[in-house]
Design a protein around this ligand. Structure first.
Ligand SMILES: [Mn+2]
Length: 271
């Protein structure tokens, strides 16, 4: 029996790694992946930061190599890798539908929990259009973010002149407190609305660099966080509980799985 078949976790979700950017904690991620036993590993977008890799300042050394190696090792050990690209690795969306042994690229996925509930797995940038409104500062921040993500050379030049090494949405949100909370709530509800419209029981996403695990109106909202600041991942353990994990294995939050629905009593056979 392969290691993955007797895994501790039914599934693990990781996003917003930003591999290639100076802000990625690649060593911690490699250590986390090294000890991982999972049947399935979802890479929920912004895994490789292609915007950074396109620049000479890209950070790519032994730790970054080790992350890629760990992913290969997991696939070899039988873990099924499902890559759902985000906005920093958007070009990889061209490969959506690609299925390799133990590796798939999907625009979005559905994860079925042990208790049968089905969760939408998507990066979350699809909700930008819904969440991006509000006061001027928010709009300016979003505009700046989009320009940077778009790799606009003039913006990058301006950014360098201003001494901004990396414009972080998380930092921006923190600097806004009240606006940040409103932004996050809009994001949560946009995601949950999408899941509900698809007839699903919740969502697993990333993108906003805010780890979270909670139930809202009977739906699951899980954000696996990032490897820039929170260094967190989401897991469904062997018992079917959802767990928000810190890189060192510490537990940030837990949402117990539901008792499986009892089989409906058999109807008496007509005589
Ligand atoms: Mn993103």
């Amino acid at each position: 029996m392969s290691a993955a078949a007797v895994a501790r976790h039914r599934a693990v979700f990781v996003s917003d790694v930003h591999l290639g950017s100076k802000n990625c904690h690649a060593a911690e991620l490699a250590a986390f992946l090294d000890g991982l036993q999972a049947r399935r590993l979802y890479l929920v977008g912004d895994i490789v930061d292609l915007w950074w890799l396109a620049q000479r300042r890209a950070a790519w050394g032994a730790d970054q190599h080790r992350v890629v190696e760990c992913l290969h090792e997991l696939a070899r050990a039988g873990t099924e890798l499902i890559y759902v690209p985000g906005n920093h690795d958007r070009p990889i969306r061209r490969f959506c539908g690609l299925v390799l042994p133990n590796m798939q690229v999907r625009r979005r996925a559905i994860h079925v929990l042990r208790d049968g509930r089905r969760l939408l797995v998507t990066h979350g940038d699809d909700y930008d259009a819904i969440t991006h409104f509000g006061n001027f500062q928010e709009r300016f921040g979003d505009w700046l973010y989009d320009r940077i993500l778009a790799g606009n050379r003039l913006t990058n030049l301006a950014r360098r002149r201003l001494g901004l090494r990396y414009w972080s949405l998380a930092d921006f949100l923190k600097s806004q407190s009240g606006a940040a909370e409103r932004y996050i709530e809009r994001f949560v509800h946009a995601g949950l609305g999408d899941a509900r419209r698809r007839g699903l029981d919740g969502i697993v996403c990333g993108h906003i660099h805010r780890a979270a695990l909670r139930e809202v109106d009977g739906l699951v909202y899980a954000n696996d966080g990032d490897w820039v600041e929170s260094l967190s991942a989401l897991a469904e353990d062997a018992a079917g509980d959802l767990v928000l994990l810190r890189h060192d294995g510490g537990e940030l939050a837990r949402l117990p799985g539901r008792a499986p629905v009892a089989a409906a009593p058999r109807l008496a056979q007509a005589a």
